[in-house]
Design a protein around this ligand. Structure first.
Ligand code: PHE
Length: 339
């Protein structure tokens, strides 16, 4: 029994197996216990000797069981440590940081620029109402100029805004002119049913601008646009204003910036003109002021709407506007060091 028990202990290689062996050898139903229980059958003069032997074997079993258990636990700890070993000389893994989208770089910069000049930044809804996007902006339901902006309608009254100009009406309605002039920029996404090509996209970013006060002139508009373009592109890039038409401004202009690609000689990017149109602007139409409850005899102002994608194209020399939304990280990562 002794030899048999010792060999079973030495063969148990896991804690569970060892436990089983322990129950079998020294548990309540083990052979040893049984021997002790059946002492009555042993001749009285031999009882003492048998009892001593049984106890000796049980002590030996217990001792060996404990040793075996310690050995197993030690081995487990060693294995665990080996697994968790850290090689502190290995080079660290490089964390992949995201980068700012080029349009956001331009937008953040422009917002800061205008905040510095006392403008407030507003954000209108992307699903705009026909009321704010068009009617308040002097574009009644059957106005032919609605054709200028092929619009996605959600239903009869709601649309994916085709311009951020609705922001003008929203702030004009709220502004308290006794507290000072109104100066705001309103950036955001706009949508149009355009055929996508290198310079057109069905979704792009605009930034609306509006200044209303007493005695604002077209010279203020020109100066504001010129300073903004110089701020973004540096002193060298040329700009030009062309007369244009918008229902919510009178007179109206468009501003072009000289093409980055062909140095004014013409290429497919600028449709062989040497210029790229980047914004529409003009003096706020009296109807827009009156619609919002502002006295157009006392107050006047200018407004502009910048195409931020076009700004980004020109600033970074990008030759396809679609690169902005296809989100190829190889394209986007080029601008990470721009700030
Ligand atoms: N909303 C016009 C457009 O999207 C741009 C514009 C804004 C023109 C403000 C004049 C004044 O084309």
């Amino acid at each position: 029994l002794r030899e048999q028990g010792l060999s079973e202990i030495s063969q148990a290689k896991t804690e569970e197996k060892l436990n089983d062996v322990r129950v079998k050898l020294v548990g309540r139903k083990s052979e040893l216990t049984e021997i002790l229980h059946s002492m009555k059958e042993v001749e009285p003069e031999k009882r003492r000797e048998v009892g001593q032997n049984v106890n000796k074997v049980r002590d030996l079993f217990n001792q060996k069981l404990d040793d075996a258990k310690n050995e197993i636990v030690e081995k487990l700890v060693e294995e665990q440590l080996a697994k968790e070993q850290i090689d502190v000389t290995l080079p660290g893994r490089v964390t992949h940081l995201g980068v700012k989208h080029p349009i956001n770089i331009i937008l953040d910069d422009l917002e800061n620029y205008f905040i510095g000049m006392g403008y407030q930044v507003v954000q209108g809804p992307e699903i705009e109402t026909d009321h704010y996007c068009f009617e308040m902006m002097n574009l009644p339901k059957d106005h032919p100029a609605r054709d200028m902006q092929e619009t996605f309608y959600v239903d009869k009254e709601d649309l994916l805004r085709s311009q951020t100009s609705g922001d003008q009406a929203r702030v004009l309605e709220k502004h308290d002119f006794t507290k000072g002039p109104l100066k705001m920029v309103g950036p955001g996404k706009v949508y149009r049913r355009d055929d996508d090509d290198a310079t057109h996209s069905h979704q792009f970013m605009q930034m609306e601008g509006l200044v209303v006060d007493e005695n604002i002139t077209m010279g203020d508009l020109k100066g504001t646009l010129e300073l903004m373009t110089k701020h973004v592109f540096g002193q060298d890039r040329e700009t030009r204003l062309r007369p244009s038409y918008f229902p919510f401004t009178e007179p109206s202009v468009e501003m072009d910036v000289s093409c980055f690609n062909c140095d004014g000689k013409g290429c497919p990017i600028c449709k062989y003109t040497g210029w790229i149109e980047v914004l529409g602007a003009g003096m706020v139409h009296p109807n827009v002021l009156e619609n919002a409850g502002v006295d157009s005899n006392k107050y006047g102002g200018f407004a502009f709407g910048v195409g931020l994608d076009r700004f980004a194209i020109l600033k970074y020399g990008i030759d396809d506007i679609r690169d902005f939304y296809t989100n190829d990280v190889r394209f986007l990562e080029q601008f990470s060091r721009e700030e």
